[in-house]
Write a protein that binds this ligand. Sequence first.
Ligand code: FAD
Ligand code: SIN
Length: 536
Amino acid sequence: MKYSKYSTVIIGSGIAGLYAALKIEQQVKLPDGLLLITKSRLGESNSRYAQGGMVAVMKDNKSDSVPSHISDTIKAGAGLSEFNTVKFISENSDAVVKDLLKFGVEFDRDENNNLCYTKEAAHSVRRILHSGGDATGKMIEQALCRKVSENENIEIYEQTDAVELLVSSAECKGVIVFNNETGDYETVYSSAIILATGGIGQLYKYTTNPVGATGDGIALAYNAGAVMQDMEFVQFHPTALAIDGDENRFLISEAVRGEGAKLCDSDGVEFMSKYDERKELAPRDIVTRANYNEMQENHTDCVYLNASCIDSKKLAKRFPTISKKCLEHGIDIAKDYIPVAPASHYFMGGIRTNLKGETSINGLYAIGEAASTGLHGGNRLASNSLLECVVCAYSVAEYLKSIELKTPKQIDEEIKSIIDKYSNEDIVMEELDIQSLKSELQNIMWDYVGILRDKKSLETANELIYRMKADFPRDVKCLNRDEYEYRNMLTVAQLIVHCALNRKESRGAHFRTDYPKTNEECIHSVIVKEEMELVK
Ligand code: FAD
Ligand code: SIN
């Protein structure tokens, strides 16, 4: 096995990982250099697909203010958002947007060159910046990728999966990585490992997330002993394009509703006023459950979004990606109803961190969707995720600047035994039908741990997942990326089910039909590996 050492290693090349790389390179002393690892190609991630935009509370936007953004975020968060986190992220948005502009990111502007703001559900004012109309994530990511690729001080490993963290005595000393193209393993030592590995959308049958969103970083951190938080809170987006056979679903941005589109049944009858006075712009969990309920009652696979009330020129300019994608399926969004249905979209839970990105393990940091900072609480407000990615990337860089990064010298027995597992060339592994196993797990999560849950459905899921885990013969080393991903998906699924069973109330995106009320007491779910091991 090859060995290397770096002052800092960032795992993941979404917006959180890319921006962290640039800020760390710019500010932190890195005697042993900086490594960015990604299991995809550099520009491939959830970030790339972000449409609606990024919240920005800009000082010169007179209609907005930090208190107003804090209030909207906390209301959507269903009691679980942390005030100090929300305030920190909101207050820093002006500075990070200005910094992104310096890195070449462009946001859409009006004819007077002023930034354009849009509105999405549960925001009280227009405060969302967008780029390329509805291609915000792609535009930000492309600009950051360009800067990272040009930067000679950032070493990049593509097609490389982090497969296990090297942790002993609650301190992270490195990571084992696996090159999916060559099949080679490498031990990378570092005293600062930053997980920016994104979310878990692929745990569900229907998702807006691309194939890589398998919760890897969350599973790695959990297995290494890190504290996990609010794992039962999975956000389902109400309006993914519902085309038969498509399980990875293209998103129809909430911004389309923000501009006036209405939800209706196949006869054009609007229904949102039955569910919430804010109708289409109610918080995401409410709109999702409304769509789901309409589909159940009418025995249909979708509801419809009617955007024909929006000026057709404006639609084409504001939503070029959505217009094009729908046209590929014969849907003209200026005239036709768009078939939509809920799909798993975002993970509010994850690795518990503070505002410096620190996890409960020394030397291990987490940022972006993999982290649970307490910003989103039980239900994320639209477009707050990209903001969290960049503010937290910025703040982890600030923190690393203030400490001395010493690459670990002493490798103890515990670390050595982890490395030995991956150095063993003699293990013979039979090839498994991982795609079928992944599909089975995705179906279980969708059917039993989805938009509505109850004790019976969760216990069924628990039993099935335990069995699948017991049947998966890979506790040492896997054959390929698919197997590593499946292993991680099983771990994260088990944690979601466990926390969902424990939360005997409905709050935000976690809706228990057997406990439909919200408790007065509002507490985070917190779990570590030793506790789970005691649970049957
Ligand atoms: P990601 O962008 O998911 O990047 C994760 C990276 O980690 C990838 O490069 C992946 O390859 C890598 N990785 C994962 N596991 C490993 C491993 N084991 N080893 C090595 N590398 C690994 N949010 C908003 O705020 N506004 C929006 O408009 C918006 N629209 C969205 C639209 C869609 C369709 C989707 C799916 C999400 C949207 N979101 C939006 C959410 C937002 O895009 C994500 O939460 C955010 O981009 C996450 O960024 P990230 O950097 O944390 O992770
Ligand atoms: C969307 O454009 O609807 C997605 C926005 C988000 O997930 O924040």
